[in-house]
Design a binder for this molecule. Sequence first.
Ligand SMILES: C[S@@+](CC[C@H](N)C(=O)[O-])C[C@H]1O[C@@H](n2cnc3c(N)ncnc32)[C@H](O)[C@@H]1O
Length: 273
Amino acid sequence: MNKVKTETIELNLLLEAIYLKYGYDFRNYSRASIKRRVVSFLSESPCETMSALQHEILYHPDFFEKLLFRLSVNVTEMFRDPGFYLALKKHVFPELEKKENIKIWHAGCATGEEVYSLSILLKEEGLYDRCYLYATDIDDQSIGKAKDAIYPMKKMQAYTSNYNKAGGRKSFSDYYTAKYDFAILKGELKKNIIFTNHNLATDAVFGEMDLIICRNVLIYFNRELQDRALALFKESLCENGILCLGSKETIRVSSSSGDFEDVSAPQRIYRVV
Ligand SMILES: C[S@@+](CC[C@H](N)C(=O)[O-])C[C@H]1O[C@@H](n2cnc3c(N)ncnc32)[C@H](O)[C@@H]1O
């Protein structure tokens, strides 16, 4: 008989318990990364084993929220990978320009930095007023922060450099007000954004989108879950709609590969065919 390690059994049971109790499905996330996060959370918790952690999670929703925050990995920044935004302006904005109304979905928006980056560039190109932006994430805490749009002042220097490299046309400081140690983004950048919860592992198709941006999310999924998300994106795009992935993600190894052509392969920008 095959012997499965106790820790593997406990992790499987924990993920199953989370799914059954709260509906969050981490069972098909990349196992090494999810295990690392659970083990680190466990070491800082009063629990001695994953089984004890499971008990706490099942009986204390507040405790689960803390674990959820850790499992979600909400690392992000403004104008992350500036070359991506240059490619977006060069290859995608001209196509958006032809449309009367533009629908954009940012899946896995974390704390909002990415969607505000896009808002700024759309504004500078005169497209923002025609746009409806839907920014979604699995984690409500992150969505709350995204809605607030208040970021540490100390990050603004790096963001200014990214903004300039991304082809920004103005002074980045025009887009925020400094207050103590924080930068408050201007309200005009939020105007056309709807923030809401959406889970790529369990939820359904999301509208007739012209552009979907989902960067640095699929990297945490196993192949099966990546395929599910990519099929969901294909179904959510309008004719000739554009899909953008993160720099370490590609559509080319997935079962959806044949459904997309390259717009800019190095920048992971694809068009549905
Ligand atoms: C590393 S961040 C990427 C943020 C941003 N897209 C970027 O590239 O800077 C990954 C985000 O994906 C979200 N996420 C993880 N699993 C998800 C799922 N099943 N559905 C939707 N979002 C998910 C996390 O909560 C987190 O905010």
